[in-house]
Design a protein around this ligand. Structure first.
Ligand code: 13P
Ligand code: SF4
Length: 322
């Protein structure tokens, strides 16, 4: 039930934050958060970032922690567990899935690979650990171009699961990677028509687009990139207002970093809220974060045999991203 008593809610929120800070210290826990989670969860995290930065942080910065809490979605928790097998890895809500990861079941992807003998397999990190175990090199939206360009021009490459990111990388690198036909339901809801309407009202606003968006939306962009790339562009640009076509959680950091600028979220067609929230990311709340620190659960478990296979493409990606 929504609380109508603002003073009571503020006090409850402050108490939650105090509990989390105390528990983090008592339990030697590090909290990582993706840019798409609620702003109050981002604010209490030790590290906030895009998928690439979070994988890098998990690999480096959690060395002294006993517990790592990943405020994001399940594939991110799995990646942390693969990178830090001796840590207790927790997630505030273990029902936080991902439509893009779900669009690529491991058995179907194995058949796809078998149908393309001699191909190198590149996968986006937004995949299950089973799909990672079938992959030669992982990529994020922050390093996909660099990783693809590390292969010879005529290399035979499979790219999964995001057809939009794959076709964007094909376009900018001149490659012809074979694409798995998957997509993220959040980014698929952005439309060129919706952005054109906003652009007519705000003609000077650069359009910032995540490469998980469909091609017609990408073609309208002034900047295409991962959440971290879009954030950097927004903070460094001289423009006063921006149209942002990615999950609106990123607007929290944009507004924090440039409070005098205006950030306009692109509308999500067919979304029930009219916005374009990722319902999975928004499952991460302060109350669940506090509870997971109290209970040390839900804990992420990854089969060690699977982890031993999945770590190779993750490490190859981290190596190529240096
Ligand atoms: P990045 O953080 O790499 O931009 O990815 C966005 C995303 O969809 C994560 O789920
Ligand atoms: Fe998955 Fe899309 Fe949500 Fe990212 S925004 S977690 S890709 S469903």
């Amino acid at each position: 039930m929504d609380c109508k008593n603002t003073r009571h809610c503020d006090a409850a929120g402050e108490q939650l934050k105090a509990d989390i800070l105390r528990l983090k210290k008592e339990k030697n826990a590090v909290v990582l958060a993706h840019y798409y989670v609620h702003g109050d969860v981002q604010d209490i995290a030790d590290y906030v970032g895009d998928s690439l930065a979070l994988a890098q942080k998990a690999a480096e910065a959690c060395a002294d922690a006993r517990i790592v809490v990943m405020c994001g979605v399940n594939f991110m928790g799995e990646t942390v567990k693969v990178l830090c097998p001796d840590k207790k890895v927790l997630v505030p809500d273990d029902t936080a899935g991902c439509s893009l990861a779900d669009s690529c079941p491991a058995d179907g992807f194995a058949d796809f690979i078998a149908a393309h003998p001699g191909y190198t397999v590149l996968s986006y990190v937004n995949t299950s650990v089973e799909v990672k175990a079938l992959t030669d090199v992982l990529v994020t939206s922050g390093n996909a171009r660099k990783v693809v360009e590390s292969f010879p021009k005529d290399a035979k490459l499979i790219f999964g699961p995001d057809r939009n990111l794959g076709s964007y990388i094909n376009a900018v690198t001149g490659r012809d990677m074979v694409l798995w036909d998957g997509a993220c339901h959040v980014h698929e809801r952005f439309s060129a028509e919706g952005i054109a309407r906003l652009k007519a009202e705000h003609p000077d606003a650069p359009v910032l687009v995540h490469p998980e968006c469909p091609r017609p939306v990408v073609l309208m962009a002034d900047e295409v990139g991962s959440t971290a790339v879009l954030l950097k562009y927004a903070l460094q640009s001289d423009a006063r207002e921006f149209i942002v076509a990615t999950e609106p959680g990123i607007l929290h950091q944009m507004r924090k970093g440039a409070p005098d600028k205006t950030f306009i979220p692109a509308p999500g067609t067919d979304s029930s809220c009219g916005c374009n929230d990722c319902a999975y990311m928004k499952l991460n709340t302060l109350a669940k974060l506090r509870d997971c620190l109290v209970n040390e659960a839900p804990e992420v478990h990854v089969d060690p045999a699977l982890a031993a296979k999945a770590i190779r493409p993750i490490n190859r990606m981290l190596e190529l991203s240096k």
